[in-house]
Write a protein that binds this ligand. Structure first.
Ligand code: GUN
Length: 286
């Protein structure tokens, strides 16, 4: 069993991004600039946005975080998004989800200019992705594709089973693995027996959000297993008071695998670098 280290791959990709930013700056071109909108004070969202800001600084991008109270109206938030759409200095915009219940995530996502939509959530970008037209890809599936390529994992003709059908991971992942010439099966909460499919899978991508969901008996020998899960589970021994637990029961699954991602240090760092790659690309999309 070998480890697919998102930490190692993301380090290598960040070095490449940094070099490209230096080249942009020295040739007098624009420095990529990411804006993030954060509404309210959800702990996980605040952590994610702070991490994105730190990542931008580390590779030499400019970054702006706009924070709004949870009581902001939908109309006012739409106005803020439009201001950023119209600001030529900002190349990429993300609105951190989830949003408060009184704000439609669909409306906000559709208000972001698809040319600045570095999350790849706008229907225009989703459509282009499904057609295989080059565009912004959602960061997690993008990061996973980059990781598979880095380790030369064979995908053509392989059976890839994806567990989860979210707009952010499962659905886009299925389109991208099809483009990698996999035979793709998508399992979800209404699939009667997920193990029927996972036992046949050459590649499993677990994105259900249930800690330790995928166990050893659900996996065939030599499978490649990608764990997208990052559930926060209370842990008094950790200084944060929680630990991150994946969807894969590592102890029972890892011995059967050819390759497996750890949690943490697997998909998480790849998601972060996926957003940076999109932001770098965004300077060309206006
Ligand atoms: N909330 C959880 N994941 C994401 C993401 O990838 N982008 C945004 N904008 N919000 C999220």
């Amino acid at each position: 069993m070998k480890i697919l280290s998102g930490l190692d791959v993301s380090k290598a990709l960040r070095i490449e991004i940094k070099e490209k930013v230096v080249a942009l700056k020295t040739s007098g071109k624009k420095t990529p600039h990411l804006a993030a909108i954060l509404v309210g004070n959800d702990g996980a969202s605040m952590t994610y946005v702070a991490a994105k800001e730190k990542d931008c600084q580390e590779v030499g991008f400019n970054s702006t975080v706009l924070k709004f109270d949870a009581s902001i109206s939908e109309v006012d938030l739409i106005k803020e998004v439009i201001k950023i759409n119209d600001n030529p200095d900002i190349d990429g915009l993300i609105v951190q989800l989830p949003l408060p219940k009184h704000i439609s995530e669909k409306k906000i996502t559709e208000t972001i200019s698809y040319k600045k939509d570095v999350d790849g959530f706008h229907p225009m970008n989703v459509g282009m992705m499904f057609k295989g037209i080059k565009t912004f890809l959602p960061a997690t599936p993008f990061g996973i594709i980059k990781m598979l390529a880095y380790y030369n994992i064979e995908t053509a003709g392989k059976h890839c089973v994806i567990i989860g059908r979210s707009d952010i991971v499962g659905k886009p992942m299925s389109a991208l693995m099809l483009q990698q010439n996999c035979t793709v099966t998508v399992c979800h909460s209404k699939t009667p027996d997920v193990s029927v499919f996972t036992k046949q899978a050459d590649i499993i991508i677990a994105a259900v959000g249930l800690p330790n969901y995928l166990t050893g008996e659900m996996v065939k020998e030599d499978a490649v297993v990608i764990d997208v899960g990052i559930t926060r589970v209370a842990d008094a021994s950790n200084k944060n008071g929680y630990k991150l637990v994946g969807d894969v029961h590592f102890e029972s699954v890892a011995p059967k695998c050819s390759w497996i991602t750890p949690v943490p240090g697997g998909v998480g760092p790849m998601t972060r670098v996926g957003l940076l790659l999109n932001t770098l690309e965004a300077i060309n999309s206006k």
